[in-house]
Design a protein. Structure first.
Length: 259
C-alpha cells in the first residue's frame, strides 16, 4: 500500500531520538518529506525494527540517536539535514537481505527476513549440535557449539564481528557464516557468495533445543533452517558526506587500535 507522504519514526524509548525528532520537525513539515522516504531516528536496532515492519515499501534514511549507529547518518546540523530531506538531496543504495525459512518441533514454519543477520543459538545450558550444509555440500556433519550466524555484509559488523568474523565493507555482496563458540570441530568463519544456500539441521533438538533469531525476532525450538538471499532489496539513503569506508574504519577498526 502506498503512502501519500513520507513517514518519520523516532524510537519512543530513546529520549535523544525524541528530542532530535522535535528539532527536525521544527524545520520540516510532514508534507516536506518525499513520499517514498521513511526517516528513522534512533539506533541500529530501532532502524531494523522499523524496516521489519514496513519492509521494502520505503527508502530508509536513518539519523543516529543511538550508540554505534553503523547503518545511520550522523547529525551535526539538524537544519541542514531538514533542507536535504526537502530537496531529496541524498544518495540511495540498495542493500541485500536474507530470507530465512525455519521448521520447528510442532511442524509449523517460520519465515523471516534479515537485513543484518540470522543466527541459531542454544536455548539451555547444553550446547547445540548442528549439521551445516552449503549448496548441497556438507560442511560439518555434527558440530557442538553455542550457535551459528549468517550475516549480510552490512550485518557482518555486528554479532558476527563480535564472534570473530571479519568486518565486511557494506558494498560487498556476501553472506558471512560465523560459528558461535564452536567446541568441536573448530569451524572458522566462511565467506560465501550471495547466491549460496545455507541449510542447518538441529541434531537431538528435543534434548538440545535451539532457537533462530532473525534481526532480533526469535522463534524457539527449530529443527531445520534454510537461509538464502531475499529477492527484494532494501533502499537506504545516505546524506552527502557519508563515507562507508571511513565509517567502517572509524567505528570498528580504530577503537581497537593503539592510535
Amino acid at each position: 500500500m502506498g503512502y501519500p507522504q513520507g513517514v518519520i519514526r523516532a524510537d519512543p524509548l530513546n529520549q535523544r531520538a525524541i528530542n532530535l525528532c522535535q528539532e527536525l520537525m521544527a524545520h520540516l513539515k510532514p508534507e516536506d518529506i518525499p513520499a517514498e522516504l521513511c526517516v528513522v531516528l534512533g539506533g541500529d536496532g530501532y532502524l531494523l525494527k522499523v524496516i521489519s515492519e514496513l519492509s521494502s515499501e520505503f527508502t530508509y534514511l536513518g539519523l543516529n540517536a543511538g550508540h554505534l549507529g553503523f547503518m545511520l547518518n550522523e547529525v551535526s546540523d539538524i537544519a541542514g539535514v531538514a533542507e536535504k530531506i526537502k530537496a531529496a538531496s541524498y544518495t540511495v543504495r540498495e542493500v541485500p537481505r536474507l530470507e530465512v525459512v525455519a521448521e520447528d518441533m510442532d511442524g509449523s514454519t517460520f519465515v523471516g527476513t534479515a537485513l543484518n543477520d540470522a543466527y541459531m543459538e542454544r536455548m539451555t545450558g547444553q550446547t547445540s549440535h548442528l549439521r551445516v550444509v552449503v549448496d548441497g555440500v556438507t560442511v560439518v556433519e555434527r558440530m557442538s557449539c553455542d550457535g551459528i550466524i549468517a550475516a549480510t555484509a552490512l550485518g557482518s559488523t555486528a554479532y558476527s564481528f563480535s564472534a570473530g568474523g571479519p568486518a565486511c565493507h557494506p558494498s560487498v555482496r556476501v553472506i558471512q557464516l560465523t560459528t558461535i563458540c564452536p567446541h568441536r570441530p573448530k569451524l572458522p568463519p566462511i565467506t560465501l557468495p550471495p547466491q549460496a544456500v545455507i541449510e542447518v539441521e538441529v541434531i537431538d533438538g528435543h534434548r538440545r533445543p535451539t532457537r533462530v533469531v532473525v534481526d532480533g525476532v526469535d522463534h524457539d525450538n527449530v529443527l531445520k533452517v534454510r537461509i538464502t538471499e531475499h529477492p527484494a532489496e532494501i533502499r537506504m539513503a545516505w546524506l552527502e558526506g557519508h563515507n562507508p569506508t571511513a565509517n567502517l574504519i572509524r567505528k570498528l577498526v580504530l577503537p581497537f587500535s593503539d592510535r
